[in-house]
Ligand binder design. Structure first.
Ligand SMILES: C[C@@]1(CC(=O)O)C2=NC(=C\c3[nH]c(c(CCC(=O)O)c3CC(=O)O)Cc3[nH]c(c(CC(=O)O)c3CCC(=O)O)/C=C3\N/C(=C\2)[C@@H](CCC(=O)O)[C@]3(C)CC(=O)O)/[C@H]1CCC(=O)O
Ligand SMILES: NC(=O)c1ccc[n+]([C@@H]2O[C@H](COP(=O)([O-])OP(=O)(O)OC[C@H]3O[C@@H](n4cnc5c(N)ncnc54)[C@H](O)[C@@H]3O)[C@@H](O)[C@H]2O)c1
Length: 197
């Protein structure tokens, strides 16, 4: 089986400054993904033109700035993450070069080889979040898996998480004792069929 060397992390985009360059199909899709995960994301969108639905998409979000203008180097100032989603490949490469020299992490939507990170398809059940990547092989399969998992994982998982969180905060004892207790309480989640019968 092929290797997948991507290392998944979960960014707190309400404490990072994110720049999206491009407000077409892909720019709008990436902005939607950021805001549906984090409505308080700190987001700047720069583009020469925007799809009309962008206005409504960002309207009620407090930390979104939309600037209609061509990209310039200064747009990277103070940014932590960049998504280059223009329809101009040479410009996307230029943004990548600038981001690299400023040590800003970048996703170049039309060139996986230039991406420092990929966006994943995201399953959300309250506090539970599962991010899916196919190593860039098939975003469509990532989307389909997201739909399957979103449907088949029970909504009650969030209540399980809330209860376990309460228990976790109330547990006394040293670290090992707490881990043992939490493992015992959640054993049922990994109990095999044969053990159940
Ligand atoms: C998961 C998701 C997250 C998100 O975007 O939020 C995401 N793409 C999604 C949808 C989607 N993207 C594309 C289609 C059309 C069908 C198809 O091509 O399959 C569809 C399907 C659709 O829209 O229905 C086209 C496409 N995508 C990339 C290229 C460039 C290339 O491959 O060269 C092209 C070709 C452009 C062209 O041909 O011109 C590249 C990337 N897309 C990724 C993520 C990263 C790898 C993720 C992974 O490891 O799996 C990566 C590498 C970089 C990045 O974008 O981060 C989101 C699903 C969200 C959801 O619904 O849950
Ligand atoms: N990663 C993904 O998920 C994914 C999915 C589909 C397509 N793509 C790729 O993404 C790219 C963008 O596709 P699209 O459909 O969003 O294009 P689009 O034509 O809908 O939008 C292009 C955007 O780029 C902006 N732009 C162009 N020149 C600019 C400049 N000098 N400064 C600032 N903004 C500028 C335009 O204003 C516009 O908002 C394509 O190359 C496509 O192959 C990636």
């Amino acid at each position: 089986m092929a290797d997948n060397n991507l290392f998944p992390v979960f960014f707190k985009v309400d404490r990072l400054n994110v720049l999206v360059v491009g407000g077409g199909n892909v720019g709008v899709e990436k902005v939607g993904a950021l805001l549906s995960n984090c409505p308080t994301a700190r987001l700047t969108i720069v583009a020469t033109w925007f799809r009309p639905e962008l206005d409504a998409l960002v309207k009620d979000y407090p930390h979104v700035t939309v600037i209609q203008k061509p990209f310039s180097c200064g747009d990277l100032f103070g940014k932590d993450l960049v998504i280059a989603a223009t329809n101009d490949h040479a410009l996307n490469v230029e943004i990548w070069e600038k981001a690299r020299s400023c040590k800003v992490l970048i996703n170049v939507a039309d060139t996986p080889e230039l991406c420092d990170f990929y966006l994943g398809a995201v399953v959300q059940k309250g506090n539970l979040k599962i991010a899916i990547s196919t190593n860039g092989k098939s975003p469509t399969v990532a989307k389909r898996l997201r739909q399957v998992l979103q449907e088949c994982l029970p909504d009650s998982l969030d209540q399980v998480l809330e209860k376990l969180h309460l228990i976790r905060n109330r547990l006394a004892g040293d670290f090992t004792a707490k881990v043992d207790k939490l493992n015992a309480l959640t054993d049922v989640l990994v109990e095999s069929e044969t053990e159940k019968h």
